[in-house]
Design a protein around this ligand. Structure first.
Ligand SMILES: [Cu+2]
Length: 339
């Protein structure tokens, strides 16, 4: 009873205190399907209207890493290990930091269970970005105190939930669509023609969407056809069909630097990377395989053709592999080579 009275008193006090101390808002970062394969890479919601003096707490909701980052006005996004300049890497600022357009604020990479609060002392429109994912952006409109706000927290909660479901369910449908499955199977079958590659694995795929506040995207961190059968002497090809997310195809020991191919990988005439494996104890890693990127300032460029990776298997056996970036999300597969 005493506790209830205290809670009520606190509620009344905090309501009365609101104008003086600023309102507290909530939003979330990222979302994932049950098996972590589907990753909604988005700020949920990715556009909010608040008052100067308010704070927003972002709660991280996925095993995939994200950052909440407000750069200085006009600044390009640095790589996430660099973070917020000035200052030495990792360039992280503490929770409770203030965004004013003149100072960079950066959570650094965070995962499910973590949260971070940002203060907005001055009016302005502030762009919100994730340093890990290029198609994950948003905006916070900070209005002068006293101006009417278009939405309340309940609206943002509903919107975040709708966005979460739309992103995750949208991809669910295309993944589980029997027609889509059949299309892939047919393509694999037809590719048995001399011009094609018979044994093909889709190494991740995804979609990019947008709201007026910025970009949202969904990445499916899975190998389509995670188990594939070939005969000794045949070649398997992995293609990345995700617009921005890189993946690796890694057999054996994980490389120190997952971005670059292992020394035993060569380049085919069409630019695709190619390795030959004689035993499952061979260490082979593709480096970053990523769909052909748009050329943009400030982004690392990959040579054309690193959208595909091929491995020729000379000996029968069981060849397990992983994506070195997304193994923790369950992104792994197996090639079974028969005589
Ligand atoms: Cu991956």
């Amino acid at each position: 009873m005493k506790r209830l009275a205290k809670t009520l008193l606190y509620l009344v006090a905090s309501t009365l205190a609101m104008p003086a101390f600023g309102a507290h808002w909530r939003a979330s970062v990222g979302a994932q399907g049950e098996n972590m394969g589907r990753q909604a890479m988005a700020f949920l919601p990715n556009e909010m209207w608040i008052h100067a003096g308010d704070t927003i707490t972002w709660t991280f909701d996925s095993n995939e890493i994200h950052t909440v980052t407000f750069l200085v006005s006009g600044q390009m996004r640095p790589p996430f290990p660099v973070g917020c300049p000035p200052g030495p890497p990792p360039g992280i600022t503490p929770s409770g930091s203030s965004v004013d357009g003149a100072h960079c604020v950066n959570t650094g990479p965070q995962v499910a269970g973590q949260s971070y609060t940002v203060r907005f002392p001055v009016a302005g429109n502030f762009k919100l970005v994730c340093l890990v994912h290029s198609d994950m952006t948003g905006v916070v409109h900070v209005l002068p105190p006293g101006m009417p706000l278009p939405y309340d927290q309940a609206y943002y909660d509903r919107l975040a939930n709708d966005m979460r479901h739309a992103l995750l369910a949208g991809m669910d449908r295309s993944l589980n669509d029997p027609d889509a499955q059949q299309l892939f199977d047919m393509r694999d079958h037809e590719a048995g023609s001399p011009r094609g590659f018979r044994h093909r694995v889709i190494a991740g795929w995804g979609v990019i969407g947008a709201t007026p506040g910025g970009h949202v995207n969904l990445a499916v961190m899975r190998f389509h056809h995670p188990v594939i059968y070939v005969r000794a002497g045949q070649t398997v090809e992995w293609d990345n069909a995700d617009p921005t997310t890189p993946h690796t195809i890694t057999f054996g020991a994980e490389p120190l630097d997952p971005t670059v191919p292992s020394g035993n990988v060569s380049t085919d005439a069409d630019g695709a990377l190619h390795a030959v494996m004689h035993s499952r104890s061979d260490n082979v890693s593709s480096g970053f395989i990523v769909a052909e990127p748009q050329e943009r300032t400030g982004l690392a460029q990959t040579p054309p053709g690193t959208t595909r990776f091929r491995v020729t298997f000379t000996q029968p056996g069981l060849y397990p592999y992983v994506c070195a970036l997304h193994e923790e999300l369950g992104m792994h597969g197996e090639v079974i080579v028969t005589k």
